[in-house]
Design a binder for this molecule. Structure first.
Ligand code: UAG
Ligand code: ATP
Ligand code: API
Ligand code: MG
Length: 506
């Protein structure tokens, strides 16, 4: 549960959106607003949003029944007795109204918005950690949790709708939380969920293949990501990853003069970094920030996570942290749940749970382990159902970089698990690296632990922090970290192997 909010205020639509026109009235004063007919309450404004399944305007009768007193629409609707406010961009106006009702909370906070195919959760998590280390209470909105700086709750979406964002930012203000790190997914940017909010720093971590079921093609996907720039406050800064293959594709999309800062290992970047050491216990790296040299240490593993650290450092500098605060903050930053999270229960091989669910992410985590270990890599992976089918064969190709692949269920949702595995197998050279197939994820994890020899690494990818598995319409309890622990302990009991000092948490 988050901090309960005081009642929102009220706004005049004519004052808030000067370009709006009105049917049946000269202005509408709004004190409550709903974008789903089921959420309408007596006297509220019903916002008719376009959707992918349907259109909100089809639910005006239901909204009326629940007491809606006015309609927000993009063209005048005939046969409706209620006052209507007509705007050209309903999602944008919806955001303005939500944030207006809560006193425009983003104006009072220092905010970093993070987009990118991979690395949003990790970068926002690191940024929050850096800010909090420097005694700046920070809220978080993202895939794992929403937090107002004091209280948190598990998230439903990575980026919630405009009303939830406005409420969360208002709760942060109420808690005297002065900063926020917010994930901005491509779906959210496409649907204008962040409308009404401003960010001081907009970070784009990378652009690789995901969500083409929704965006249709990579160009649309890049265009959706580029919309992050629309949310920059005056004087805000856009932070781009110069190591990313596609980062320059964002430039023509931006079509605006904004302050930019690039980061990367490439010498062309404004902020460069070098990796000094990577071990199974963490990494050391040096950031060159202007004339400053920052020696940094983190318990995080993998080049991609060092890149995320540098992205977070760029954001933190712009939000006012000193380089000393950032270096010290990295050392204190704990692991991000389900992102290369080590599971140690006394086994003599390494086990990491990671949220890699794209080909790029899978290739990165395998490469990260190759750099710190010469022994075999066993990967347990699958792909989500009812999501981008075109990424599966590439995920298979990436997974086959491991020495042994065990294909299993991720969240099959309503798709056939056999079909999903067939799609993944299209990317495989089955004769060169024959995978094992075990649809039951618990058994697949158990199998990986049985196959692991001393010094090997087991990677369990795709579900990270998730504490559920969606099979059909059912959402069943499931936790990769717990399943790994159970499997390791079971294997140790069965074989008697145990070379590591036992560190069984929880
Ligand atoms: C694909 C997608 O993003 N869908 C979101 C979208 O649904 P939709 O476009 O299908 O909406 P719709 O059902 O056509 O309805 C249109 C309008 O009619 C209204 N309506 C609908 C039915 C009704 O009875 N009454 C009513 O008023 C709806 O409130 C809506 O305003 O708008 C809905 C309302 O805001 C969201 O709940 C829904 O998220 C669904 C649940 C979802 O799974 N989204 C995922 C894919 C998503 O957004 N993921 C990203 C993360 C991706 C990443 O990790 O990179 C995220 O930010 O979480
Ligand atoms: N900068 C990066 N570049 C490439 N891969 C990354 C990067 N950061 C993280 N990854 C990989 O992507 C996975 C997901 O990371 P993270 O949760 O931070 O991304 P996200 O963008 O928030 O994902 P989602 O869209 O699901 O919310 C990680 O577990 C890791 O395997
Ligand atoms: N945020 C990502 C997460 C996918 C994780 C994977 N476990 C799956 O269910 O596909 C998405 O919505 O596509
Ligand atoms: Mg995320």
């Amino acid at each position: 549960m988050l901090t309960p909010l005081r009642q929102p205020g009220s706004v005049s639509l004519r004052g808030l959106i000067p370009s709006a026109s009105f049917v049946g009235c000269a202005d509408i004063t709004v004190s409550s607003v709903a974008s789903h007919s089921d959420e309408c309450t007596p006297g509220c404004l019903f916002v008719t949003l376009p959707g992918h399944q349907t259109h909100g305007r089809k639910f005006i009768p239901q909204a009326l029944q629940r007491g809606a007193a006015a309609i927000l629409t993009d063209f005048p609707l005939a046969d409706i007795s209620l006052p209507q406010c007509i705007v050209s961009d309903v999602p944008k106006a919806y955001g303005q109204i939500c944030h207006g009702l809560f006193g425009d909370p983003s104006r009072h906070l220092g905010i970093a918005g993070v987009t990118g195919t991979n690395g949003k959760t990790t970068t926002t998590w690191i940024l929050r950690s850096l800010l909090e280390y420097a005694s700046r209470p920070t809220g978080l909105i993202g895939t794992i949790e929403n937090c107002d700086g004091i209280l948190s709750e598990p998230s439903v979406l990575t980026t919630p709708n405009a009303m939830t964002i406005a409420q969360l930012l208002a709760a942060m203000r109420e808690q005297k939380t002065r900063y926020a790190a917010i994930e901005l997914s491509s779906h959210a940017l496409d649907q204008s969920r962040p409308a009404g909010m401003g960010v001081d720093v907009a970070i784009v971590t990378n652009l690789t293949h995901d969500h083409l079921d929704y965006h249709t093609n990579f160009e649309n996907y890049v265009a959706a990501k580029a919309k992050i720039v629309n949310y920059l406050k005056p004087g805000g800064i856009l932070v781009l990853n110069a190591d990313d293959e596609h980062w320059e594709r964002l430039i023509p999309e931006l079509n605006q003069q904004v302050g930019t800062l690039t980061y990367g290992q490439s010498d062309d970047a404004d902020v460069t970094f070098e990796i000094l050491e990577m071990t199974p216990r963490g990494s050391r790296f040096r950031i060159h920030f202007g004339v400053e040299r920052m020696m940094c240490e983190t318990s995080m593993i993998g080049e991609h996570n060092i890149s995320n650290c540098v992205a977070a450092a760029c954001g933190a500098i712009h939000l006012g942290l000193t380089t000393e605060e950032i270096c010290e903050g990295f050392a204190e930053c704990g692991p991000v749940p389900g992102r290369m999270e080590a599971v140690e229960c006394g086994q003599d091989y390494r086990v990491y749970v990671d949220y890699a669910h794209t080909d790029d992410a899978i290739a990165n985590v395998i490469q990260s382990v190759r750099e710190i270990s010469k022994n075999r890599i066993i990967i347990v992976c699958g792909a989500g159902g009812d999501r981008d089918r075109t990424k599966r064969s590439a995920m298979g190709r990436a997974a086959s970089l491991a020495d042994q692949v065990i294909l299993t269920n991720d969240n099959p949702r309503t798709e056939s698990p056999e079909q999903i595995v067939d799609d993944i197998l299209c990317g495989f050279d089955v004769s060169a690296n024959p995978p094992l197939i075990e649809f039951d994820r618990r058994k697949a994890i158990q199998r990986a632990m049985e196959l692991a020899h001393s010094g090997d690494t087991v990677l369990v990818t795709g579900k990270g922090h998730e504490n559920f598995q969606i099979i059909g319409e059912q959402r069943l309890p499931f936790d990769d970290v717990k399943s790994c622990r159970d499997a390791i302990l079971h294997t140790i009991r069965a074989t008697g192997q145990s070379n590591f000092p036992a560190k069984v948490a929880g």
